[in-house]
Write a protein that binds this ligand. Sequence first.
Ligand code: ZN
Length: 528
Amino acid sequence: MRKFLAGSMLLGWVGLASACLPSAAPPTVHVPPPTPTTVTLYVSNTPTVAAQSTRTAPTLTASHLPQPGEPCEPAQSTSAQSAIRYTVDATLDYETRQVQVRDAIAFRNETGDTLDELVFYFAPNAQPGVVTLEAVTQPDSDAPLAASLEGTRLSVQLPEPLGEHCAQDLTIAYLLNVLPMGEGYFPLQGYLGFSERQFNLGHWLPTVAHRVAGEWITPPRINVGEQEVIPAADFEVALTARHAPRHLTVVGPGTVEQRRSVWRFSLSQARDLTLSLSNQYRRQSATAANGVEVELYTLDEFSPSSESAANAPDQALDTAVAALELYSDLYGPYPYDRLVVLESDFPDGMEFSGLVFVGGEWFRGYHGDPASYLTLITAHEVSHQWWYVQVANDQSQTPWLDEALATYSEYVFLQEIYPELTDWWWRFRVDAYAPEGFVDSTVYEFNSIRGYINAVYLQGARLVHRLREDVGGEAFFQWLHDYVEAERGQIATPESFWAALPPDLLEATQATREAFLRRSEIAPNRPD
Ligand SMILES: [Zn+2]
């Protein structure tokens, strides 16, 4: 445990409310996307994709499948085995920027319901013209399953009702037409997009939707915040790059294997498996105290002769290593052997499982002073390995659960590594924007990113700091640690966040909850 846990506390929070003029660029205007494209597939007697698909049909759980007409035999479920596994075979044509994807899903029904359909969250289809759905098939069958794709929602009719603990395998084949960064309805979501020198595949796979109270959750995409709510799963991805430039590097999380033009990645208990390709990546790495290998990939040339940005890669790597060590101590162990940090050609930053992007503008704007967005955003994105990857949440409905904690984690990082910068952080990062609004707002309540950041991130950081003062520093970090322990691999809710706090301490947070939250009352029947 770090020394400051015992109670070093920022004094005089109330003095921080004075506002300065915002120092950053004015908020971007966001055009809401039109009604998303709809594609409906139905059973055809002459499937073409289905015939191809039998070559590499998954066999993972085929033996557990119920036979037609027989009662379903529950899969040989073990707690160590993920209920969802994706085995992805993808071929990228680097010239056309199209990816042919076959996503083989092995699903075990742990939803508590008997299922007639399986629903997937398919983020790329929020943008028309990106996804061409070809077929959804079962192993050992040529007949495609009935499926409909509407916006982010892909619904697949199951051949027969799927009982609890029973398994179903199916394969989704589609063509992904990746757009240039900055184009389309989601110009800022360059984690699925390409620039001259970077090709990113983030949130590119259909993933089994979260199911709550008998409803599948497939949030519509908008240009404010994120909308993911993804059950944890195991991923295996093989990517073949055709017509690729010389010296292409495919960067991804987890275990990596390369044979000629085929890269294989494997990652367990993840929310996504995200790849980034470039023939210009410069790699440097360091080993954290807990043995995790932290790798940094940069695109720009940071010449030693230009003092300004020369140390940006070092600063990003040092920050990522220190943040990983600190958050592992405070919040619980980091779950993977590697952490990848990438300089991105799209703005700001973005979190994925075992891999984070940090905007190139933060690298290029680094002038040797650690009081910079390069430090803050790197620490912020690393903290999402706890607040999103390990403990997920509905990022559309309760974005504060990950973003308030990730923003406050920047402050926690500074307290430990750069304690002289903590006052600067409140002024520069929070107070300068005079933030307001309910912290527990949904992403759909905002028409600008600035308003969203102010309420959810910045007021969120104030909320979390006040909670820390309410319960005391030691109990605060114990709370976060217990919360991760209880919700690891799950999709947390505000109820589960508060339930990780002992009742007497919960009581102590009431005034803070009332000051910052629309829903400040906590249900009394909290579980033990
Ligand atoms: Zn964030």
